[in-house]
Design a protein around this ligand. Structure first.
Ligand SMILES: [Zn+2]
Length: 346
C-alpha cells in the first residue's frame, strides 16, 4: 500500500462542495443524502485544461445536491469545465442528479453500461409505478399487509421524485474495454447483484479501483429482489461478481467506493462480503427449519433493530433475495405456493 493510500484511510471525508485529492488529479467529493446512509461519494478525474473533469456519479436529484455541485464547480473543480459524466448504476443516489447536471454543464457526454442506462430510463419512465395488479400480488404473496404493500409499492414513486432524467443518447461502457481519462488508462469492470451491470473503473498502473456500490468498506451492498423479477437470484450474481473481482483486481488496490471511506486489502473484504451472505443464508435456514414462513414473517426475525419504512423495504427485498438463493440451491423450498407463499428449509 502506498503512503498516500495509508494516509487516506484515516482522512476525514470532504465536506459537501469540497474535495480531497486521493491521487494526482483525482478528487474525492461527498454529498449528503436524506437517508440512514446519509452521504454518497462522487469522484472527479482531471483530463487537462482543455478537456476538463470526468465525473464519476452525479448524486441524488434533490436541491441539496445541486447546491453541492455549484459549490464544487466554483471551488475544487476550478470553474467547472466537465469533459464527461460517467454513472455507475441506476440507483437514484448515483444517477438521480445526472439529467440536471448534464443540462447545467451544457450537455457533455454521458457514459453508462447499456444495461444500467436502459434500466434507469425504464425506471424514469415510471417502470415501478405500475398499477399492474401483479405488483400488489407479489408483495401480498410474501405476506406483506396492506400498509407494508403500500410502502413497498411507493418506492417506485420515490424514485421518480429523486431523478432528473437522462439524455436520449449515451456512450456505452463495455466490460474490460479501456477508457482513457486524462492520460490514465482505466479498464471498465461490471458487477451484478446490487444493480444489473454496475460499472467500476480499474486503473492497474496506479492500483486504483472506483468501485461504486459493488464493494463497500463497512456496510454490505444491498441485494434486492423486486416484483419485476420475482424469482431472481441476485445473491448468486453478486457472489459471482466478487469472484470476478478477485481475479481482475489485485489485493493491494486502493478502493474508492460509492459510500463511506476508501479501503485497501480488497481480497479480504471480498471474502467478508461473501461470508456475510453465507452467514445470512445460514440464519435464514435456521429460522425456517421448524416452521415455514412468509418473507414478511421472516424479515423482523432477521433484522432485530427497528427499521424506518425506507430501511424496511430494503430489508424485505433482501430477505427475499436470501430465500430465493436458498430455494435456487435446493436448501429451502416453497411449501405453500397459493395466495400466500411460505418457505421452509429442507
Ligand atoms: Zn446502489
Amino acid at each position: 500500500m502506498s503512503r498516500l493510500a495509508a494516509n487516506l484511510l484515516d482522512t476525514p471525508p470532504p465536506a459537501p462542495g469540497e474535495a480531497v485529492e486521493v491521487a494526482p488529479g483525482l478528487l474525492w467529493m461527498r454529498f449528503r443524502l436524506p437517508f440512514a446512509l446519509n452521504h454518497v461519494n462522487i469522484y472527479a478525474i482531471d483530463e487537462g485544461e482543455s478537456e476538463g473533469w470526468a465525473l464519476f456519479d452525479a448524486g441524488l436529484g434533490v436541491e441539496e445536491t445541486y447546491a453541492a455541485w455549484e459549490a464544487a464547480l466554483a471551488g475544487p473543480l476550478r470553474g467547472g469545465r466537465v469533459s464527461r459524466l460517467i454513472v455507475s448504476h441506476f440507483h437514484p443516489d448515483h444517477v438521480g442528479a445526472a439529467g440536471w447536471l448534464l443540462r447545467r454543464l451544457g450537455d457533455p457526454p454521458l457514459y453508462m453500461t447499456e444495461t444500467e442506462y436502459l434500466f434507469a430510463r425504464y425506471m424514469m419512465a415510471g417502470g415501478e409505478t405500475t398499477e399492474d395488479p401483479l405488483y400488489e400480488a407479489f408483495y401480498r404473496r410474501h405476506g406483506a399487509d396492506a400498509e407494508e404493500t403500500r410502502i413497498l409499492i411507493e418506492r417506485g414513486h420515490n424514485y421518480l421524485r429523486r431523478v432528473t432524467g437522462l439524455p436520449a443518447a449515451f456512450h456505452p461502457l463495455e466490460r474490460r474495454v479501456p477508457l482513457n481519462l486524462g492520460g490514465r488508462s482505466f479498464r471498465v469492470l461490471t458487477g451484478a447483484g446490487h444493480a444489473p451491470a454496475q460499472a467500476m473503473l480499474h486503473c492497474a498502473e496506479e492500483d486504483l479501483l472506483l468501485a461504486a456500490d459493488q464493494v463497500l468498506g463497512r456496510i454490505t451492498p444491498n441485494i434486492s429482489v423486486h416484483a419485476m423479477e420475482p424469482e431472481a437470484d441476485p445473491v448468486a450474481r453478486f457472489l459471482d461478481s466478487l469472484e470476478d473481482l478477485r481475479g481482475e483486481v489485485p489485493d493491494e488496490t486502493l478502493v474508492l467506493p460509492g459510500h463511506e471511506q476508501p479501503l485497501t486489502a480488497l481480497h479480504g473484504r471480498l471474502e467478508e462480503l461473501a461470508a456475510h451472505h453465507q452467514i445470512r443464508c445460514a440464519v435464514v435456514r435456521e429460522i425456517c427449519r421448524t416452521e415455514p414462513l412468509t418473507v414478511s414473517e421472516l424479515t423482523p426475525k432477521l433484522f432485530a433493530r427497528p427499521l424506518d419504512p425506507h430501511q424496511k423495504s430494503f430489508a424485505f427485498a433482501e430477505a427475499l433475495a436470501h430465500v430465493n438463493h436458498l430455494v435456487a440451491r435446493g436448501e429451502m423450498a416453497w411449501v405453500e405456493k397459493g395466495e400466500v407463499w411460505r418457505a421452509r428449509s429442507v
